[in-house]
Design a protein around this ligand. Structure first.
Ligand code: ATP
Length: 220
């Protein structure tokens, strides 16, 4: 199929398109023009039309593109490319930093959906990523087939959210909270406790000094 022959530059833009189209679909928008898309994703409309032409003549002049059709196409292609979509729960300071971190530079990873309890941030787009209210979390994770989630919420909210993540079918959690969350055996948890790591480093420096390098350890 033509999908396997799309240029690399086009493939790289797909998550961008997909992300925005999903946002439009969730907002109930059924049609979108290449000009509207161009403004939203900051890619010029000629490039968008050329990119979309690789998937067949999906757009109609004066009518635009069918949002759901495009999403269906992109879903298939993105899965084929083995791009891993990751969810982010808790879009605070750390969450924002992770949203801005370019995981895709070295890996086929992207944060495709964020979730937060704060009504000021829910239903907005942050760093190009749609943020959903917590009430939509389970449904969105299932619909977007997201199996991995980054958890950057306050400690006291971590376990209850984890239970919902398990319900949503999540397979892996990157846990940035200091809490050792409980999960069923089929869910893998990777703990990243930045404060503890930093304290460990400080402790070692205070008690043992810097690590001796090979030259210092050598016999000359
Ligand atoms: P951090 O640097 O850890 O992100 P912060 O000061 O920005 O800290 P926190 O209070 O740790 O904010 O909360 C992180 C994010 O988690 C916030 O955006 C907050 O709105 C969100 N949050 C808090 N409680 C919940 C919850 N129960 N469910 C989902 N998100 C929550």
């Amino acid at each position: 199929m033509a999908e396997t022959m799309i240029p690399k530059a086009t493939a790289k833009r797909l998550p961008l398109y997909y992300r925005y189209l999903t946002f439009l679909a969730n907002a109930g928008t059924t049609k979108v023009s290449s000009t509207e898309l161009a403004e939203a994703v900051k890619v010029d409309s000629a490039t968008i039309r050329r990119d979309f032409s690789y998937f067949g003549a999906l757009g109609k002049r004066g009518y635009g593109y069918d949002v759901m059709d495009l999403i269906k196409f992109f879903k298939k292609i993105l899965n084929q490319d083995k791009l891993t979509s990751v969810g982010l729960v808790g879009v605070g300071n750390l969450g924002h930093a992770l949203l801005n971190y370019n995981f895709r530079q070295t890996n086929n990873i992207r944060i495709s959906a964020g979730f937060d309890v704060n009504p000021e941030i829910a239903n907005t787009i942050q760093s190009g990523v749609p943020i959903y209210p917590m009430a939509d979390m389970v449904t969105q994770l299932r619909e977007q087939q997201i199996e991995i989630v980054i958890l950057t919420v306050p400690t006291d909210a971590a376990q209850a959210i984890t239970n919902d993540l398990v319900k949503a079918g999540i397979k892996g959690i990157m846990n940035f909270t200091p809490l050792r969350i409980s999960v069923p055996s089929y869910v893998r948890v990777q703990n990243v406790d930045l404060a503890t790591e930093l304290q460990t480093l400080i402790y070692f420096l205070q008690h043992y000094g810097p690590t001796l390098n090979d030259a210092e350890l050598g016999d000359n």
